[in-house]
Structures are given as structure tokens and as C-alpha cells.
Design a protein around this ligand. Structure first.
Ligand code: OFO
Length: 165
């Protein structure tokens, strides 16, 4: 059985994962309407991945005798000046999610809930990966600068970075 504090904290994370999914869905749309096919595929996959993160939390909360809450979501931003700005947002967002997971892990310690602590380790590793991917992409974008040919190749190559887990 989960404590009330843990239930509340996990439900907050469920909302964050759902909002992440919506944020990346909005980025996918922006890239699609701007003709950035590869980037858009990447963002659709990211959105899917965040939904899986959300579902994993929902199942865990319900299985542990508490209730997962499906709440209203904040509307994501739907416009970007450049694709670089969009990826900067993605990186910032992933850092925010990592902070939130860390906070959650901290709460499990203070509540002595080692089962949830153990469950969250998957998210800790996932965030290391996601932050690294976002950082890697930003480094590539900085190399490309304003070069149109570089953007063309980047849009093609980013599809190789698609993973859904
Ligand atoms: Fe990329 O955020 Fe989920 O965990």
C-alpha cells in the first residue's frame, strides 16, 4: 500500500509525463508543418515514449492499492522561432523532468518506501539517457549553425535516434 504522500507525488509525475507527451506532440506538429519530416518523426516517437512513461506509473499506482489520477493538462506551447529553439526547449524540459524524478526519489527515502524507490530507478536511468540524447542533438545543431545543407542532413539523420521505450 502506498502512503498518501507517495500517491500524491506519483500522481504529480503522471501529469508531468502526460504533459511531456503533449509538449512533444506539439513539437512534432510544428516540425511537420515546417517540412522537417525527420524531426517530426523523432518528436512523434518522443511523445509516444512519454505516454509509455505515464502508463507505467499509472499501472504501478493502481497495482499498489492507490488510485492513479487522470487530470487536466496545461496546454503546450505550439510555436517556435527556429528548430534550434525547439530543441533547447526539449533539453530544458528533460532537465525539469529529471529534477522532478530526483525529488520523487527523495520522497521515497523519507517515507521509507523502498519498493517505490526501486521502481523509480528505471526512470532515473531513462532520464540520464534522455538528457544525453537532447544534449547530443543540441551539440549537433550548434555545429550546423545556419547551414541549410546541414539542416537537410540533420533532418534525415535524426531518424536514426528514434527509440521508443
Ligand atoms: Fe522524458 O520524461 Fe519521461 O521520464
Amino acid at each position: 500500500m502506498l502512503s498518501k504522500n507517495i500517491e500524491v507525488a506519483l500522481n504529480k509525475q503522471i501529469r508531468i509525463e502526460a504533459e511531456s507527451s503533449q509538449t512533444y506532440l506539439s513539437m512534432a506538429c510544428w516540425a511537420e508543418i515546417h517540412g522537417l519530416e525527420g524531426i517530426s518523426q523523432f518528436m512523434y516517437a518522443q511523445s509516444e515514449e512519454e505516454r509509455i512513461h505515464m502508463l507505467k506509473l499509472i499501472k504501478y499506482v493502481n497495482e499498489r492499492g492507490a488510485s492513479a489520477e487522470i487530470s487536466a493538462l496545461k496546454a503546450p506551447r505550439n510555436n517556435y522561432k527556429t528548430f534550434k529553439e525547439m530543441f533547447e526547449e526539449l533539453y530544458k524540459h528533460e532537465v525539469f523532468v529529471s529534477d522532478s524524478i530526483n525529488e520523487l526519489v527523495h520522497i521515497t527515502f523519507s517515507e521509507k518506501d523502498y519498493a517505490t524507490h526501486n521502481f523509480l530507478q528505471w526512470y532515473v536511468s531513462e532520464q540520464i539517457e534522455e538528457e544525453a540524447t537532447a544534449k547530443n542533438i543540441l551539440d549537433k545543431i550548434n555545429l550546423i549553425g545556419d547551414d541549410k545543407g546541414g539542416l537537410y542532413l540533420f533532418d534525415r539523420d535524426i531518424q536514426q535516434m528514434i527509440t521508443v521505450a
